[in-house]
Every structure is written in C-alpha cells, then in structure tokens.
Write a protein that binds this ligand. Structure first.
Ligand SMILES: Nc1ncnc2c1ncn2[C@@H]1O[C@H](COP(=O)(O)OP(=O)(O)OP(=O)(O)O)[C@@H](O)[C@H]1O
Length: 314
C-alpha cells in the first residue's frame, strides 16, 4: 500500500540545506496499522507530506495506494485520506453541512454525499452533533470530525499526523475505539504518527522509528523491546558505589543518590535475585528492589540516545 525507496526532501534555510527526509525506505501492506515514531524534527511530518503528495520530493520514489506520487499524484490523492495536525473543518460550518460539502468537492452526487455524511456521523458518534457549528465542539469531538472528513471519499489508506495530540486520556481512548472500528469495518490501512509510545505499543501492529530523516528500526513493538532494550533493575541501597561495582554484566550502570539502575542487555528475570544475593553477601543493605521490563521509550533511548519525553521537552 505504501512503498518508498530513497525518499528525500531537502529544505534551503538561510543558505544551509536541511535534510528533513534523507533516503527513507518503507513498506506498508494493505490493512496494516503502522505507527511512525521519532523525536522532534526527525522528519515524520515531512515524510507524511511527501507520501500524501502535499510536497514534492527532492529525490527518491514512492508509490501510495498503487500510484507513483510524482507521476500520478492526483490518482494517489483520490485513494488516500490525510488528517493533519490542523483542523480540517471550517469553524463556522455545521458538522453535517461540512461533511456534505466536502463530499461534493470529491465529486460525490448530492444523494451520495448525504448518505456518506450520514454513515460517517453514525460511525464516529457525531449524530447528536450534526447541527452544531464546528467551533463549538470539544477537542475530542473535533478530532472525530477531522477523521470523518478524512474518510469522506472512502480512502483505502489513511494517514494521521498525531491524531490524539492534546486529548485527555478518556478522549484518547474513545478516539482509538473509533480508529479500531474503522479498520474492522472498512479494512482501512492506517499509517500514523504519535508521541504517545504506550499508544503505539498497544495499538500498532508494526512500529517504524525514524531519526535524522531515515528509518532506523522497523518491527513489532514486542520484538523491538525484546531485541533492542534490556530489562532494568533498580535497587535502593546504603552503599551505592559498592553496589554498582557488584552489578551483573550490563549495558549501563547508573548511580543517582542511593538508587542504582542496571540496564541489562536482554531479558534477565533471574538477574535480580542473583544480584540481591551478591549485595547481601557483601553486607549491603537493600531498601527496595525491582525489575522492570523495557518500554518503547527504552527502545527509543537505545536507538536515538534520547527518550521521547526528553525530545518533547527540547
Ligand atoms: N518548510 C520547511 N522549511 C525548512 N525546514 C523545514 C521545513 N519543514 C520542516 N523542516 C525541518 O525539517 C526537519 C524535519 O521536520 P519535521 O516537521 O518533518 O519533523 P517531525 O519529526 O514531524 O517533528 P515534530 O515531532 O516536532 O512534529 C526539522 O529540522 C525541521 O526544522
């Protein structure tokens, strides 16, 4: 459904060239739900804009829904939906009218546009809001309207740039219910960016990590965690420096006050009791101890040297 090879986009900024997307290779098959993750400035939005034909590439090729984005951008556009970070609807249009008129813009007949609007209002739980002006909707409702608008022409492939950004946990969960229902009912292929790693972990079948304009990891969240990040041991002790020396073989051992964090190379459930025995034998008092499985954020740290939270704050 999406096949990109060497996709590249440079920008000129004050005589300097910024390689926003730098030789991107990716493949997404029909029906997949793929999360596209990366720190700020990694090139996610630019990649989406290239793949949705909003921006021409500097180099490289891509086919989207079977059409070459350079040679046949209009044909590609007809088959894809794009939900960007901005609002897709005008503030002073009523929800149902906006769906109807955007349907007409896509060439649907009046009857088709009315039917499609009705179907999407039901699908996205917007029926009760059909007569409301878009600017009176809550953040979550407005996001659902954006999705309905992105689906008006029945795209086989939907791109979403940060669909749940700025929503509270309840609205995020509700939005995801709708996204998953959409897949189930229409078999829509979904390619989305998100800063919520828990969301990518739970919902996406595959996770692509991009940094400096290139894909640096491509696998299921479970495989990424198993292969790229190890378990973490945390112990709070009375002699942290000595406890750090006794740590099992690890990628990294960090001491912060009386807390010692041991980042292991892989899954190692047995490492904690063994380490505790060592500490006990050495006369070190352990106040607390736990072993934590890695999260996608740990994968991120391993791959990019940054956690997504740090890069968010940057
Ligand atoms: N129109 C533009 N002109 C100049 N530089 C740009 C332009 N658009 C993007 N860039 C630069 O390209 C790089 C990639 O930006 P992009 O917006 O694709 O990243 P991103 O991964 O989507 O980031 P974020 O998570 O912050 O949205 C950044 O260094 C950005 O400053």
């Amino acid at each position: 459904m999406i096949h990109a090879r060497g996709l590249t986009r440079h920008f000129r900024v004050k005589k300097e060239t910024v390689a926003a997307v730098n030789g991107l290779d990716l493949d997404v098959e029909e029906g997949e739900l793929v999360a596209f993750l990366g720190p700020n400035g990694a090139g996610k939005s630019t990649s989406l804009r290239l793949l949705t034909t909003l921006l021409p590439p500097t180099a490289g090729t891509a086919t989207v829904a079977g059409y070459d984005i350079r040679a046949e951008p209009a044909a590609a556009r007809e088959r894809i939906g794009y939900i960007g970070q901005g609002k897709s609807s005008g503030d002073y249009f009523r929800v149902a009218d906006e769906l109807f008129s955007q349907g007409r813009c896509y060439g649907l007949s009046r009857a088709e546009a009315r039917n499609r609007a009705g179907e999407l209002l039901a699908m996205l739980d917007l029926e009760a809001l059909a007569k409301r002006y878009a600017n009176t909707l809550s953040g979550g409702q407005r996001r659902r309207l954006d999705i309905a608008l992105g689906l008006i022409h029945r795209p086989k492939l939907l791109f979403m740039d940060e669909p749940s950004a700025g929503l509270d946990p309840q609205n995020r969960a509700n939005l995801w219910e709708h996204i998953l229902r959409l897949r189930q009912e229409y078999g829509t292929t979904i390619f989305l960016t998100t800063h919520y790693l828990d969301e990518a972990d739970a919902m996406a079948e595959r996770v692509l990590v991009i940094d400096h304009g290139r894909v640096i990891a491509d696998d299921t969240a479970a495989n990424l965690k198993a292969n790229l990040a190890g378990d973490l041991i945390n112990v709070v002790v009375d002699e942290p420096a000595r406890a750090a020396e006794l740590a099992p073989p690890a990628k990294e051992v960090l001491v912060d006050g009386d807390l010692v964090t041991v980042r292991l190379a892989g899954q190692a459930t047995a490492a904690l009791p063994k380490y505790l025995r060592e500490l006990y034998r050495d006369g070190i008092t352990v106040r607390s101890a736990d072993l934590r499985r890695p999260t996608l954020d740990d994968v991120f740290l391993g791959l990019t040297g940054r956690t997504l939270r740090e890069s968010d704050a940057a």
